[in-house]
Design a protein around this ligand. Structure first.
Ligand code: FAD
Ligand code: SIN
Length: 533
């Protein structure tokens, strides 16, 4: 058993920024299931939103966030996160993060869809890598932080799961060491869950392999309340590689900042089409743009649309978007001189583990930050570049709240005997073939039945198939030796089921949830919640 004052699950911006602050107060163990930079955070391109310009205002950032959120944001959460943004940025700067500046040393602020002002701090088009690398370097320097890569959190340990009835709180997690195959108990009264999103539940996604919704699935199994899972954001512009070679190209993002700098969406006929859908054209919020692209592709039978930024002055694209430029070139497209083929792809989970504005979930001791959580900031649709901001602000508030609610140094509460992990010794025969087959099936059915445009019939079909897959995977999980692949499959089925159940219950179209059976928003609408009984 390994004991620490704080246990952090996940090494993205939420997990690492929390760890760096918590290390001032006690011992911190950070576990992460792959290498430390395998995260959505490290792939973030556009940047981080904050009011940093004298002509901008909190009021306008709040208003833009509420408009994108389509009536389901928690306004007080929006206010807190927007108003604490400049402090969050200052803290990132203290950790060594370097955002691009203009010659006059003012920050070069980018623009993205739904923002009424330029307010996106960025480091070229690799902002996430810049932030993640600097946080990781700082974490490695901290003597109070132990970072364990290739450690996979299987499930949370709670007093409820141990059979107690008078209280339910988190006691730590069972963790699989991928290198040794051992499962250990990681004991802590203060757990920060920061495992990122759920994009890998879909066939086409911008997300890294790690985004299998593990944290949401774990919290749900532990009895925490989950909210708003139907609001899956599809990014309008994921690179479309018609030659289909190169796994990396299939999930490569063409940042919204490209449209922010004047890139225009055009159809296969070379004509701009967004003005037929929204007066903000290519810079309308993502739900609107993704649906418009979906509709154009269906109308014309074209497998993709295009973003055209080739009208900018010579050298601009290479200088402002070096990663996008190089990656497109690698796959035969020169974005400085020709349009980039793009399709929508699953990008961001607006729902997650329900928390208050301090990251506290409904389970005592369990705090959640970043994409795994649902604070109410995003409502039915996230405004671009608000998520990295939420990671930093909520991680900070989580620590403050933990220190108040679960103070250190007053002696730990009563110890509970935690049973060692027991699992089957036999390997599942033909394990990988069966698992990959099931993965493909989930991803295809989510793509076909639960993506940008939904119907009751398709959702019910998805639910029926997921129920069967659930039974099969339960058998693998309990009957055989566990592997990361079995664990991820189990989590993918859980989060796919949460998405489908929330979607089935929402009898309206709002934000990212569009169903042709109920195409209008309902008069009374509320966030959805789901809990395991
Ligand atoms: P992540 O950064 O995804 O980190 C999760 C961590 O948890 C990883 O280390 C993972 O390995 C680990 N983990 C997962 N499961 C387990 C487990 N079972 N056990 C142990 N560890 C586990 N947002 C913006 O605001 N601006 C942008 O410009 C932007 N661009 C983006 C571009 C791309 C391509 C993508 C995919 C997303 C982008 N987003 C952007 C969204 C944003 O990057 C993410 O929402 C945010 O980084 C999530 O941070 P996180 O710390 O919550 O999770
Ligand atoms: C992008 O660069 O387009 C991604 C921004 C985001 O998801 O917030």
């Amino acid at each position: 058993m390994r004991t620490s004052d704080f246990l952090v699950i996940g090494s993205g911006v939420a997990g690492l920024s929390f760890a760096l602050r918590a290390a001032k107060y006690g011992s911190v163990v950070v576990i992460t299931k792959s290498s430390a930079l395998e995260s959505s955070s490290a792939k973030a391109q556009g940047g981080i939103a904050a009011v940093m310009d004298k002509d901008d205002s909190f009021k306008e950032h709040i208003e833009d966030t509420l408009v994108a959120g389509a009536g389901l944001c928690d306004e007080s959460a929006v206010r807190v996160i927007v108003e604490e943004a400049p402090d969050a940025i200052r803290e990132l700067l203290d950790w060594g993060v370097a955002f691009d500046q203009e010659e006059n040393h003012h920050y070069e602020l980018g623009r993205e869809g739904g923002h009424s002002h330029r307010r996106i701090l960025h480091a070229k088009d690799t902002t996430g890598l810049e932030i993640s690398t600097k946080l990781l370097e700082a974490a490695k320097r901290s003597p109070n932080i132990t970072l364990l890569e290739h450690h996979f959190a299987i499930d949370l340990i709670t007093t409820g799961k141990l059979g107690l009835v008078t209280e339910d709180r988190v006691l730590g997690a069972y963790v699989l060491n991928r290198e040794t195959g051992d499962v250990d108990i990681f004991r802590s009264d203060r757990v920060l869950l920061a495992t990122g999103g759920t994009g890998r539940v879909y066939q086409y996604t911008t997300n890294p392999n790690s985004a299998t919704g593990d944290g949401i699935a774990m919290a749900w199994r532990a009895g925490a309340t989950i909210s708003n899972m139907e609001f899956v954001q599809f990014h309008p512009t994921c690179f479309y590689n018609k030659r289909a070679e190169g796994a990396e190209s299939r999930s490569f993002l063409i940042s919204e900042a490209v449209r922010g700098e004047g890139g225009v969406l055009i159809g296969a006929d070379g004509q701009e089409f967004m003005s037929r859908y929204d007066k903000r054209k290519s810079l309308a919020p993502r739900d609107i743009v993704a649906r418009a692209i979906d509709s154009e592709m269906k109308r014309t039978g074209s497998p993709c649309v295009f973003v055209d930024i080739s009208h900018k002055p010579e050298g601009f694209v290479e200088e402002r978007f070096p990663l996008i430029y190089e990656t497109c070139r690698k796959y035969g497209i020169d974005p400085a001189h020709e349009p980039i083929p793009v399709v929508p792809a699953a990008h961001y989970q607006c729902g997650g583990v329900l928390t208050d504005i301090n990251g506290q979930s409904t389970l005592r001791g369990l705090f959640v930050a970043g994409e795994t959580g649902c604070t109410g900031l995003h409502g039915a649709n996230r405004l671009a570049s608000n998520s990295l901001l939420e990671c930093v602000v909520i991680a900070k508030r989580s620590l403050k709240s933990m220190l108040t609610k679960l103070p250190l140094g007053r002696g730990e509460p009563h110890e509970y005997p935690i049973p060692e992990w027991h699992h089957g010794d036999t390997a599942l025969p033909d394990e990988l073939a069966i698992i990959y087959h099931n993965w493909d099936e989930i991803r295809t059915l989510m793509q076909d039945y639960v993506s940008i445009v939904r119907t009751d019939k398709r959702l019910k079909r998805a639910a029926a198939r997921l129920r069967m897959l659930h039974r099969e995977v339960k058998e693998f999980y309990w009957g055989y030796r566990i592997t990361p692949e079995i664990l991820e499959l189990r989590n993918l089925i859980a989060v796919a089921s949460l998405i489908v159940d929330c979607a089935i219950r929402r009898k309206e179209s709002r934000g990212l949830h569009y169903t042709s059976d109920y195409p209008a928003p309902a008069k009374d609408s509320a966030p959805s919640t789901i809990r395991r009984w």
